[in-house]
Ligand binder design. Structure first.
Ligand code: NAP
Length: 270
């Protein structure tokens, strides 16, 4: 059985990836996939999405990826099914705005566990199935991993410090893993968007009506632009997609300017 897997599939980018994969006929190994596994906590949202998109091809897996027992459940399902994994998309993530000291203990734990630990554990558990599949395929047509990081990961970000640090982790892991798994014809594409119009901002500001405001509002993009570009980058086996002109400039600045100087200007960019 060939599968694609999407974490964070109940909303935002993950949901858009799920919608785009309906039409995916041959861009990834195993496509059109026998099953597309949709992972997030919201059972009802996943069930409705799976029904809307195509019934039994979409498997809703309501799991909390910060829960060790749910991670074990996913591992059990994987061992039982032994699928050929053509595409893994790590989208589940969250961030909280504000000074590090102001975060609750729970938010600190969740940000690190979801953005770093869960992404690592999920990738680690799926990799053996991707490696064995990739070894049977050509270099160009091997399995793909898409990790959603963020341009926040390019630099330290006061008032978004922990989130930015977790995304630096995702960028670093993705880039090294891309090299490690290349001999198995697998590529890891690390996607680094700036602000995207999803539920993320509502969670980050703990406000269901929150919107992206201030300097960041100038750079907002939408999932219907970002997700097709991410899929194209993954098909080409690109190791990184920095999405949008503003984010590309930030990426360049993070490489050539002293970090202290950028931190000085960041004060005025909120
Ligand atoms: N939006 C932005 O401005 C932006 C910019 C750069 C990068 N990103 C990154 O993009 C990724 C997708 O975010 P988004 O913008 O699409 O936000 P979103 O709409 O809030 O989606 C987050 C997804 O993660 C899932 N999730 C949250 N906690 C989970 C848990 N404990 N276990 C399993 N799933 C969980 C959510 O589903 P449930 O609530 O149902 O669990 C939801 O499906 C994240 O990694 C985020 O850091 C976002």
């Amino acid at each position: 059985m060939s599968i694609a897997v999407i974490t964070g599939a109940s909303s935002g980018m993950g949901e858009e990836f799920a919608r785009r994969l309906v039409a995916e006929k041959d861009g990834f190994p195993g496509a059109p996939f026998d099953e597309i596994w949709l992972i997030a906590r919201s059972e009802e949202k996943l069930r409705l999405l799976a029904e809307e998109l195509g019934g039994n091809r979409y498997r809703a897996l309501p799991l909390d990826l910060t829960s060790p027992s749910d991670i074990s459940r996913l591992s059990d399902i994987l061992e039982e099914e032994k699928p050929q994994v053509g595409l893994l998309i790590n989208c589940a993530g969250m961030g909280k705005l504000g000074a590090f000291a102001s975060h609750s203990k729970q938010d600190v734990h969740t940000m690190v566990t979801l953005n770093c630990t869960a992404l690592s554990e999920v990738t680690h558990m799926f990799l053996p199935y991707m490696i064995s599949y990739g070894d049977t395929l050509s270099a160009k047509g091997g399995p793909r991993i898409i990790n959603i990081a963020s341009s926040a990961g390019f630099l330290p970000q006061p008032d978004f410090a922990l989130y930015a640090a977790t995304k630096s982790f995702v960028i670093s892991l993705s880039r090294a893993l891309h090299v490690e798994v290349k001999p198995h014809h697998i590529s890891v594409t690390c996607v680094c968007p700036g602000p995207v119009d999803t539920n993320f901002v509502k969670v980050s500001k703990s406000d269901p009506n929150a919107r992206i405001t201030g300097f960041k509002a100038k750079f907002v993009t939408t999932v219907d632009k970002l997700i097709p570009a991410s899929l194209r980058a993954a098909k080409k086996g690109k190791r990184m997609l920095v999405f949008g002109f503003g984010q590309k400039m930030l990426h360049l600045a993070s490489k050539i300017l002293p970090t202290n100087l950028i931190l000085y200007f960041e004060k005025d960019m909120k």
